[in-house]
Each structure stands twice: as structure tokens, then as C-alpha cells.
Design a protein around this ligand. Structure first.
Ligand SMILES: Nc1nc2c(ncn2[C@@H]2O[C@H](COP(=O)(O)OP(=O)(O)O)[C@@H](O)[C@H]2O)c(=O)[nH]1
Ligand SMILES: [Mg+2]
Length: 350
């Protein structure tokens, strides 16, 4: 799982990256300052993993992870974010758009006034422009090769029409089959988007931005960038008090991860044993066979059956063997739809 952070220069991308990861990557208060790619893998806290670990006492305890990338973007006031600098996020599963929603006279805004709704439009335009280039190039190539009747051509045309209307397609625009055909292009405008408003001390008007995001079915995620970054760098036991002083219940990362899971429609399943207890994230609605493939491609190919038990029942009964005796382990075929909280043992033959 991976999310790439983008936004205008000086919007607080690196600050948000730090707030989420607890790191202290260098921020900059002037355009043309430090431009480097920051990457961090954060673990997804999950008390179910902790409890299963207490029961199985495995050698390793492994949480699901999220890779967070802070991309140095090249920005031009006329053209927006340059497509060349967006290549780095084509592999991301989601894009996190950071919008400046703090006032600070000492930090220039590349477009003058602070106006997150305008910035949001700019960024969406940049994503659209970047994908449009890719679509056009491919379409004219297919045309040259006389492949106008190919399925790929029709799907790309559908995307082009959408982009021409000035809209992002979003993850529900194409069905799974169509997505497979064009997956190689890694379009930015069909990725789920997460919109972060980087708030400062002063209240600023967010109504226009909220209208825009909700029109696209996106939720707006507020972070008090600078101060939450400082808090994330404190020892965990001190963080809670500082946050509650601000009226914030949980650290930025925890709130953010929930939003990522929601946006990507993810659930967690678990594998247990003496070697490791491990959480895996997978799209809601996935089959047992696909879940097996998350663990290892061999398990997907040679899938025979899955033995499934709810994590809390397993905990209560005290082990797989006991759960089997109690008749709580169900035997499921490859089409079984995995539920959040399932513990799965995959039987396979390769
Ligand atoms: N006052 C204030 N300054 C902020 C806030 N978030 C970021 N900054 C400052 O804005 C500048 C740009 O931040 P940075 O994270 O480097 O932006 P980036 O260019 O988008 O990565 C830095 O000087 C930050 O300290 C905030 O919430 N309030
Ligand atoms: Mg930066």
C-alpha cells in the first residue's frame, strides 16, 4: 500500500509527511528550497495483532504497512504541477493532495493569496493534464496502427472524454475488466484521492473547498500541520495531552490511516502461527483466493481451501486446534469473500 503526497510548493507537504511519520525531514520556507523525495513506511497500529500475538507468542509480529512518499513537485504558475514531476506517484495506490489552509505572511504563496479551493482546482487540472498527454499519445498510436476497434481504444476514448470535460474519472469510472486493460498506464485521475487541508492557528474559510470535494465524493481531511508535526516528534506518552489541549483525539497518523482504509475500501485479515502473526490489508469484497495471493503467489495458484475463523473467537477459544474442536473453523472455497477480522489458514498444493 502506498500513498504519494502532492501539492503546491510551500503548502506544507513535507510538514504533513513529518506529522504522519514522526520523522523530521527538512521543510523549507522559501520556494526553490530543499527538494528531495522523502519516503517512509509506517505501520498500521492494530490491537487485534497485539492480542493474537499474546496468544501465539510468535517469533515475529507484523503489522500492515503504508508507504508514504513526499514528492518534490516542479510547479509553474501558468502550467501548474509539471507532468514530469508526477511520474513518481504513478505507482501509488492513492494520491494525497495537501492544500495550504494556513495564513503566514512570512511564507509566500506561489499564487499570491491563500485560497485552498483555487489550489485544489489547480492540482486537479495538473492531474488531468498529465493523464491527457498519456491518453492522447496512446490513442494516436493505436490509430496509426489501425487499432481503432480495439477494446483498449474504446476505453481510452472514454477516459479522454471524461478528462476533456475537466473532471477526474475516479476509481469507480471503469469496471474491473476495463481497469485491467489499461492498468499499464497507471492513470493518476482514476486513483482514489485524499484531500488534506493543512490548517494553521487562524480559522480560514473552507466552505468553497468543501463544496468542491464533496461534489467529487471526496472527504476533506484536516491536519494542523505544523503543530501536529511537532507533537508527532514527542514521546508517545506525551502526545495525548498535547493533542487533547488542541481538541484532537488521536495522532494524525491514526486518523489518516482510517481515512486511507476508507478511501481505498480496505479491510484486514490475519495469518497466525509460531513464526509470525501478521495483518494483511485487502480490498473489501476480495475472495479467499485473492487473499491467498496477497500472502504469496504460490498460495493463490495452488489454492485448495481456506480455513477461516473470526479473530475474537480464536482468541476466546485459545487456539486453532481448540477452535476446530468447537466447530468454529469454517472450510471455505476460493470464492469465499473475506471479512474484516478473519484469521485465515490457506491450504494449497504446488
Ligand atoms: N504557520 C504555519 N506554517 C506552516 C504550517 N505548515 C507548514 N508551514 C510552513 O510552511 C513552509 C513550507 O512547508 P513545507 O512542509 O516545507 O512545504 P512543502 O514545500 O509543501 O513541502 C515551512 O516553513 C513550514 O514550516 C502551518 O500549519 N502553519
Ligand atoms: Mg517539501
Amino acid at each position: 500500500m502506498e500513498t504519494g503526497i502532492i501539492g503546491l510548493p510551500l503548502s506544507g507537504k513535507t510538514t504533513i509527511f513529518n506529522a504522519l511519520t514522526g520523522l523530521s525531514a527538512e521543510t523549507s520556507s522559501y520556494s526553490g528550497g530543499k527538494k528531495q523525495l522523502n519516503i517512509s513506511e509506517v505501520t498500521v497500529p492494530d490491537e487485534r495483532v497485539d492480542k493474537l500475538t499474546e496468544l501465539f507468542k510468535p517469533k515475529k509480529k507484523i503489522y500492515a504497512t503504508l508507504l508514504v512518499k513526499d514528492i518534490p513537485v516542479a510547479f509553474d504558475t501558468q502550467r501548474g504541477i509539471l507532468p514530469s514531476s508526477l511520474g513518481e506517484i504513478r505507482n501509488s495506490d492513492t494520491i494525497t493532495i495537501v492544500l495550504r489552509a494556513f495564513e503566514d505572511r512570512s511564507i509566500p504563496h506561489p499564487l499570491g493569496e491563500v485560497n485552498p479551493a483555487r489550489d485544489f482546482d489547480k492540482i486537479i487540472e495538473s492531474l488531468i493534464f498529465s493523464d491527457y498527454e498519456v491518453v492522447e499519445k496512446r490513442l494516436s498510436r493505436l490509430q496509426r496502427e489501425g487499432k481503432k476497434n480495439d477494446r483498449e481504444y474504446h476505453i481510452l476514448e472514454k477516459i479522454r472524454n471524461k478528462l476533456e470535460s475537466g473532471e477526474v474519472a475516479g476509481p469507480d469510472f471503469l469496471n474491473d475488466d476495463e481497469l485491467k486493460v489499461i492498468s499499464g498506464f497507471r492513470f493518476l485521475t482514476i486513483k482514489p484521492l485524499l484531500v488534506v487541508a493543512n490548517l494553521g492557528e487562524d480559522k480560514i474559510e473552507l466552505k468553497e473547498l468543501k463544496d468542491k470535494t464533496s461534489e467529487l465524493g471526496l472527504s476533506l481531511f484536516p491536519i494542523r500541520g505544523e503543530i501536529e508535526m511537532e507533537i508527532s516528534q514527542l514521546p508517545p506518552e506525551d502526545q495525548k495531552d498535547f493533542l487533547s489541549d488542541l481538541g484532537i483525539e488521536e495522532p494524525a497518523l491514526k486518523r489518516f490511516l482510517r481515512e486511507v482504509y476508507k478511501t481505498l475500501n480496505l479491510i484486514s485479515f490475519f495469518t497466525v502461527g509460531e513464526d509470525e502473526v501478521r495483518a494483511w490489508s485487502i480490498t473489501r469484497g476480495s475472495t479467499a483466493q485473492k487473499a491467498a495471493g496477497r500472502i504469496h503467489t504460490d498460495l493463490e495458484k495452488g489454492f485448495i481451501r481456506a480455513e477461516v475463523i473470526r479473530w475474537d473467537e480464536l482468541l476466546e477459544l485459545g487456539g486453532i486446534h481448540e477452535a476446530k474442536k468447537a466447530g468454529k473453523v469454517s472450510v471455505e472455497g476460493k470464492e469465499y469473500i473475506v471479512r474484516d477480522g478473519d484469521v485465515i489458514v490457506v491450504r494449497f498444493n504446488i
